[in-house]
Design a protein around this ligand. Structure first.
Ligand code: SF4
Ligand code: SF4
Length: 492
């Protein structure tokens, strides 16, 4: 039997939540009447439509594709009729679903481990698989980078940062055999020598279950590891640092530590793409918070309006605030117009708040620095941001390091929304960099034009000089000829 290995590097700082939820049963939502698909992904990449307005599409049919390889295609999650831009969602396409559920025929691979990594990566790309742990980064790009950098370790991440989120551990419990199968497949693609499936140390039932499945399947080189249930130990950077005992700089990824890391839901989507021939059509979403009857994990087709999802979960009040991304890292979204995306893993639903604690001046207690998992001094960062010192290099470096985990907000006795200030500062620094890059580009273009003009003038001058020389020579020849003619008695 495989045993967990609890002695990994501890995450510094962080917050321990005592009431971490356990994996929960999975529910399914009824087919929504309408599905809405944005044509710009959350990383700003555009997709173009490949279906006609008013046409009928089958479930699993691609409806929009990436204009470059930096995004993934989108597939219809249910069959129905396509409508182009809607007044409420102009940059999106809508499917009015039918009840017939026409489905495209899935084309699974018979012997995936005999296929080349490039072939498998292509299929994963065509199935529209992107990171389902919140980042939305295309899985095929991560795998292509791994082919270059040859990581030795595959990490499958079921450590949920958020205290209210349980969708990944639930998937791992329900689909453990599929996860082990896909772990072998990803190891084959990336040529990894071993795999770690990471869960939280509080999840003893899940640990026992996984170790039992591992012992029954005699799976070599795959083991379950536990990390401390300490927010945000499930963030990719924290997890990779903890398991590889290496420190990643702000612009480095897991591959720099010799690892490739996938969220459990993404790994399962890769399994579906290769072994079942299914594109990414639905995802498991944790819906929790004080404004719903009880927390649920619910399978919803991608494109489901949040309003429909929330009514299926039983809202306790009409006016709610929805944090997409969970209690800690969630961003408030207008739920009337938002939809389930591939990266929507957790929704925290709270009654709409009309009052919040007013921010007070910083008392320099240092509590924010104690909990910061990446060793920043949030109070100093806050002062730089308050002073609008956007061009300070230390501000830029620290902001790039900040995980936006909101641990500092949670402990601040002055109720300063530090993370919101940092997010705003990141935008300002980005704007400054862009305007600098623009100015540099304009200067380079001006200098290049001046150089071109100088070269053209030089060329013109030398041409003029040459022309003048030729005409001088011709005039001289003419004069000589005239002279010769004048001196020749026969010519007169
Ligand atoms: S926790 Fe709040 S009050 Fe204390 S040092 Fe940090 S920002 Fe200042
Ligand atoms: S939000 Fe940023 S500064 Fe605050 S605790 Fe998290 S990583 Fe540190």
């Amino acid at each position: 039997m495989k045993q967990s290995q609890p002695a990994y590097r501890k995450v510094q700082g962080g917050i321990v939540f005592t009431a971490k939820q356990q994996p929960q049963p999975i529910r399914k939502i009824h087919t929504p009447k309408q599905l809405i698909y944005p044509l710009t992904d959350q990383r700003g990449q555009q997709r173009s439509l490949i279906v006609e307005d008013g046409s009928h599409v089958a479930a699993g049919q691609p409806i929009a594709e990436s204009t470059n390889r930096l995004s993934v295609p989108v597939h219809a999650a249910c069959s129905g009729i396509i409508s182009y831009a809607q007044p409420q969602n102009p940059d999106s396409v809508l499917i009015t679903t039918d009840r017939e559920q026409h489905v495209t025929t899935p084309i699974p691979l018979d012997t995936p481990l005999q296929h080349s990594p490039q072939d498998l990566i292509k299929r994963i790309e065509q199935a529209g698989v992107s990171g389902m742990g919140g980042a939305g980064y295309p899985a095929h790009l991560k795998l292509l980078a791994a082919l270059e950098l040859s990581p030795h370790t595959l990490i499958l991440n079921a450590v949920e940062c958020d205290p209210a989120t349980t969708c990944d551990s639930t998937l791992l419990a329900e689909y453990s055999e599929d996860i082990l199968t896909v772990a072998k497949l990803i190891m084959h693609i990336c040529n990894c020598s071993h795999c770690m499936i990471a869960i939280e140390d509080q999840q003893t039932a899940l640990l026992n279950h996984l170790n039992k499945v591992l012992s029954e399947t005699a799976t070599q080189h795959i083991r379950v590891v536990t990390v401390a249930s300490r927010y945000p130990s499930g963030s990719e950077q924290q997890l990779v640092e903890s398991l590889t005992d290496q420190t990643l700089r702000a612009n480095q990824t897991a591959l720099h530590a010799g690892a490739i890391c996938f969220n459990i839901a993404t790994a399962l989507a890769i399994h579906r793409a290769i072994y079942l021939g299914l594109p990414l059509l639905q995802r498991l979403v944790t819906v929790s918070g004080p404004a719903i009857k009880q927390p649920v994990n619910i399978f919803a087709p991608i494109g489901t309006p949040l309003s429909e999802l929330l009514s299926a979960c039983g809202l306790l009040t009409e006016h709610v605030t929805v944090l997409q991304g969970g209690l800690m890292m969630g961003q408030a979204v207008p739920y009337e117009t938002s939809v389930v995306l591939k990266e929507t893993y957790s929704l925290w639903i709270a009654p709409e708040q009309h009052t919040s604690n007013e921010a007070q001046p910083c008392i320099r207690c240092g509590d924010c620095a104690v909990v910061c998992p990446v060793n920043l001094q949030p109070q100093s960062l806050y002062q730089l941001a308050q002073a609008h010192l956007w061009n300070r290099p230390e501000l830029d470096i620290d902001l790039a390091t900040c995980l936006e985990c909101r641990a500092c907000d949670l402990v601040c006795p002055s109720h300063i929304p530090l993370t919101d200030h940092f997010i705003h500062a990141k935008l300002k620094v980005q704007e400054l960099k862009q305007s600098r890059a623009k100015a540099l580009h304009a200067r380079q273009r001006y200098e290049a034009r001046q150089e071109r003009l100088a070269k053209a003038a030089h060329k013109r001058q030398s041409k003029d000089r040459k022309r003048k020389q030729i005409s001088d020579v011709n005039a001289m020849l003419e004069r000589i000829k005239n002279k010769v003619d004048n001196n020749n008695p026969e010519s007169s």
